[in-house]
Design a protein around this ligand. Structure first.
Ligand code: AMP
Ligand code: MG
Length: 418
């Protein structure tokens, strides 16, 4: 086991040990946010035939070559073709067909004149201008051709991809399985949020934050409960989580007399890869695996609410995304101007919770008040995590800093104010 690794080393060790989960078949309707595990090759041409893009008249463009306002050309309207219908017969010279959006173009016709540009006149229609061949016609295969590769493995399925699957008749699709995460909390002081909290007890909020972080990352959390600070209690709950893809515990992973997570994990056969990451918040983070993948990836997160959240962000979330087949594992980062000076002693990287604001001279970052690892409010107010590098001691106001944007809504909403 390695101790006191850097954030970068820890991330690399986690991702190296993280596999990609096997595919499963789901309906396209349920596939939102999932990652495709197969290439999708079209068995169809879309649209399947040349179809009209407008309500109007299907014509032979050559018939209207001399049409003008002074000398309109009249064509005989010989039948009508509606969306979903079929042309009765090919159009001959001097003939037109009434046609509606989405209806197949009759053989012989090569253009559609929108109805606003024609005048109905009994059995005929009059045209005051030429029509270019192909005008208002959606050619067969304009969208997709049969045999064409439309979606690639590794692609995330959003609404457009799901609509495309439907258009291709692919109602079942292979996607990577969602990671299942077993969550547990530990500590004699903890009570569940819906229980009375007598003095001296702490409400266990971590199971709620961590379950929400799992869901936000596309994983399925299952909460196992609170393990009291006794090795047997902890062992019983940890054992219950061994069938998950990922086991996440919070607290009891430090060096206190009641911190049993590490020895109990080892007793269960978990091989600890590292313990302790040179960061703040979140130093006492443990990560382990089971030989030959015969057990979950195990994260022993620190108990402090902010430490648990930040270490989940930096290490668990990318692992969950890799398991689920994603290519992009990390949050977007951006550069911002720091509004207040920051100081620390060199040695650990600090992840300072910051609120972001878009101003005329760029994006500004301001720390969200008290940065203690017990102050969950610092996360509530945060849009991002500012990286204060391990070896640095000072960041003056006005410094350009790198931010991991942890609130995707901020990116979306802030564009509107700009
Ligand atoms: P520990 O890692 O066990 O030393 O816990 C560190 C701090 O985190 C203590 O103040 C605990 O009360 C607090 N803590 C541990 N687990 C939770 C939890 N599930 N929810 C909220 N706070 C917690
Ligand atoms: Mg504890």
């Amino acid at each position: 086991m390695r101790t006191g690794v850097s954030v970068e080393e820890a991330r690399a060790l986690v991702l190296e040990a993280t596999p990609v989960l096997e595919p499963e078949r789901v309906t396209a309707a349920e596939a939102l946010g999932r990652v495709l595990a197969e290439a999708v090759v079209s068995g169809r041409t879309l649209p399947p035939a040349d179809v009209s893009a407008m309500d109007g008249y299907a014509v032979r463009a050559a018939d209207l070559a001399r049409a003008s306002a002074g000398a309109p050309v009249a064509l005989r309207v010989v039948y009508e073709v509606a969306a979903g219908g079929a042309p009765e017969r090919p159009l001959g010279s001097g003939e037109a067909a009434r046609i509606f959006t989405g209806a197949p173009i009759p053989p012989g016709a090569d253009a559609v004149v929108p109805q606003e540009e024609a005048q109905a006149a009994g059995e005929a229609a009059r045209f005051r201008a030429p029509a270019a061949p192909g005008a208002c016609v959606r050619p067969a295969g304009e969208d997709v051709r049969e045999g064409e590769r439309v979606l690639a493995p590794g692609e995330r399925l959003g609404p457009a991809q799901i609509g495309m699957l439907a258009a291709l008749g692919r109602t079942l699709v292979a996607v990577h399985r969602r990671p299942r995460v077993a969550l547990l909390s530990g500590g004699d002081e903890l009570v569940e949020p819906d229980e009375p909290a007598p003095p001296g007890r702490i409400v266990s909020s971590n199971s709620y934050t961590l379950a929400a972080q799992c869901r936000e990352a596309g994983a399925e959390p299952a909460y196992l409960g609170i393990a009291r600070d006794r090795p047997e209690a902890l062992e019983r709950l940890l054992r219950a989580g061994l069938h998950a893809d990922v086991l996440v515990s919070s607290a009891g992973v430090s060096v206190g007399d009641h911190d049993y997570v590490r020895p109990v994990l080892e007793k269960l056969g978990c091989r600890l890869v590292f313990w302790g990451v040179r960061m703040k918040p979140g130093f006492p983070l443990a990560f382990g695996t089971f030989a030959e993948g015969r057990g979950p990836l195990v994260f022993g997160l620190p108990g402090n609410p902010v430490s648990a959240m930040v270490t989940f962000e930096l290490f668990v979330r990318p692992a969950l995304r890799k398991l689920a087949g994603h290519r992009a594992l990390f949050r977007p980062t951006l550069e911002a101007v720091l509004d207040e000076p920051l100081r620390k002693s060199p040695g650990r990287a600090h992840f300072v919770r910051v609120a972001l604001a878009r101003r005329r001279d760029g994006i500004h970052a301001a720390p969200t008040g008290n940065q203690s690892s017990g102050v969950l409010r610092s996360m509530v107010l945060a849009h991002g995590l500012l990286v204060f590098a391990a070896d640095a001691a000072e960041l003056p106001a006005g410094a350009r800093v790198r931010i991991h944007v942890i609130d995707p809504e901020w990116l979306a909403a802030s564009e509107a104010d700009a």
